[in-house]
Design a protein around this ligand. Structure first.
Ligand code: AMP
Length: 213
């Protein structure tokens, strides 16, 4: 089964992906993480993506689709697509890429969260430099300040989690990604889940129920 998570930045896509991977045997395909690791390794792809990411803008579709196409050569089932597709062009391209290997997106989970909650989560977010797990300065503190509970990696604030960048990212999400909701509604694949007032565990339970897992 291949699953796609759609939701604004800060809606909990990453945290839910972690749980689906750890507890239900999925593999996460996060285009944001792939870009960040390309930037850290100073690859050509990373250089091309960096400027866009720093401004809170989407990396152009041809670069993003090309990166996903390469990834799908290594694995194309039991995937959680986290942060891809984010535009209609990417969604159409993904359907084609999966069809070529006789696979498809089975379910699309749309995580609905209010803007004020998103802003609070993102401005307080800390991320482990090593495993990418997310924390929050108030709501989800690590056991030891500044250090990941799981691998003792340093917790950092992502450069695009500053308020001016967050506002751009939310606007870009509303303009370019929200139309995907209709696209998948028409394909009869959309499952809308309220992500406003749930702990990650409660949210995960709700998703498993929706997926019949
Ligand atoms: P994320 O970690 O998913 O929040 O992504 C961080 C940033 O990476 C985004 O703000 C974009 O600049 C870039 N990015 C990630 N996924 C995509 C995508 N599917 N299309 C375009 N840009 C992306």
């Amino acid at each position: 089964m291949n699953i796609l998570l759609i939701g604004a930045p800060g809606s909990g896509k990453g945290t839910e992906s972690e749980l689906l991977c750890e507890q239900n045997g999925f593999t996460q395909l996060s285009t944001g993480d792939l870009f960040r690791s390309n930037i850290a390794n100073k690859t050509q792809l990373g250089l091309e993506a960096k400027n866009f990411m720093e401004q809170g803008l989407y990396v152009p579709d041809n670069i993003t689709n090309g990166m996903v196409k390469e990834y799908l050569k290594t694995k194309n089932s039991n995937l959680i697509f986290d942060g891809y597709p984010r535009t209609l062009d990417q969604a159409i391209e993904l359907d084609k890429m999966l069809l070529e290997v006789n696979k498809k997106i089975d379910h699309v989970i749309y995580i609905d969260v209010n803007d004020s909650i998103l802003l609070n989560r993102l401005t307080g977010r800390l991320v482990c430099e090593i495993c990418k797990r997310s924390y929050h300065i108030v709501n989800r503190k690590p056991l030891n300040d500044g250090v990941c509970d799981f691998d003792y990696g340093k917790l950092i604030t992502r450069p695009d989690d500053q308020e001016d960048k967050i506002k751009v990212r939310l606007q870009v999400y509303n303009d370019q990604t929200k139309p995907l909701i209709d696209f998948y509604l028409q394909q009869n694949k959309l499952i809308k889940v309220d992500g406003n007032n749930k702990t990650p565990k409660e949210f995960h339970t709700a998703i498993l129920k929706e997926l019949g897992l």
